[in-house]
Design a protein around this ligand. Structure first.
Ligand code: ZN
Length: 331
């Protein structure tokens, strides 16, 4: 366990273009209805909003990042990549994950608007490009970047995911502080624990506990309401994923708010649904492997259909998810 404390040396922040209008929405977990706060950085304050399901959507910019209050000092930026968390206070902004490089302009603007000042600490939950793609604007020691050791190792290498090369990572965007098992920060008046888990989604997954705010960011261990991607080529493990998720479902009680790697902010009930889906899926595929079925036969039996279409409506459709399960359980 390593301990990094309090007010270190001053870090001067990068210069960002401030968006003309930033919308901030309050996310009410209990009732799942959005109340609205608009912060206008110019005098113009005009935007119309509509609610689409449980997540508020801004009519005039349906694709842009949205900022939601979560609990305590923690906010959530919802966007196209992995979920970003921002914690603010007297020590300066702390950010978790940075989404995709291709969306750099809007993502960096959203982080800067949520932070209200130069970001000082940046945590990466794992190495994937939809969580580390915009490290660079905060890099070069402007913010200190913190991760599990395998994140730095994989970002420094020439890894491929499903045949695609990750974006080249410049040295300035690599993690500055790495850890093996756990790291405790005392930052903005609360204890923050970074805990390495797995192998699960990859071999470098961290979850982040905000003990004062009672918020936990689970990274890509948790795709809320969706079949998860499990990156076997990066040391991920199907059974490891279930082990870690099951463990977390026991450790997280109903007083905690969960930020998943993907999907809306939620609580223990949604994590348990996800754990049960994982357990049942793995059980069925393991039985098929045991019975000597080939993948085509298994897929033809539609063994995940009873979960409903919504679970397979994300990045992982039922065929892709089944393939990952089959590949791992059959080796
Ligand atoms: Zn990922």
């Amino acid at each position: 366990m390593t301990d990094v404390g309090g007010n270190g040396g001053r870090i001067s922040g990068p210069q960002f273009r401030v968006p003309p209008l930033v919308s901030i929405m309050k996310f009410h977990r209990a009732r799942r209805t959005p109340a609205l706060i608009l912060v206008c950085l110019t005098g113009l304050c005009a935007a119309s909003f509509a609610s689409r399901g449980t997540v508020p959507v801004q009519d005039d910019d349906p694709e842009g990042p949205k900022l939601h209050d979560v609990a305590g000092a923690v906010k959530w930026i919802e966007g196209k990549g992995g979920n970003i968390a921002v914690q603010t206070g007297q020590d300066g902004p702390l950010v978790i994950d940075t989404q995709l490089a291709r969306d750099r302009e809007v993502v960096v603007a959203a982080i800067q608007a949520a932070s209200g000042g130069p970001v000082r600490l940046l945590i990466n939950t794992h190495w994937h490009a939809d969580h580390t793609g915009n490290n660079e604007p905060f890099g070069d020691k402007q913010a200190l970047i913190v991760s599990h050791a395998n994140v730095r190792a994989r970002l420094s290498g020439s890894e491929r995911i499903e045949g695609r090369r990750a974006d080249d990572t410049p040295p300035s965007a690599l993690p500055d502080i790495v850890f093996e098992d756990a790291l405790t920060l005392h930052w903005n008046g609360e204890r923050i624990e970074l805990e390495h888990v797995g192998p699960a989604h990859t071999d470098g997954d961290s979850i982040v506990w905000f003990h004062g705010s009672k918020v936990v960011h689970l990274g890509d261990l948790f795709f809320a309401g969706k079949f998860p991607f499990i990156d076997l080529a990066s040391g991920g493990s199907v059974r490891g994923m279930l082990t870690e998720v099951s463990d977390l479902a026991e450790r997280i009680d109903g007083t905690w708010t969960i930020i998943p790697g993907h999907g809306p902010v939620c609580g223990r009930a949604e994590l348990i649904e996800y754990r049960d889906m994982l357990a049942t899926s793995i059980e069925r595929v393991a039985a098929a492997v045991e019975a000597g079925k080939d993948f085509e036969t298994l897929f033809g039996e539609s063994p995940l259909n009873d979960f409903g279409a919504s679970w397979g409506a994300g990045y992982m459709d039922p065929e892709r998810f089944l393939k990952v399960l089959y590949q791992d359980l059959n080796r």
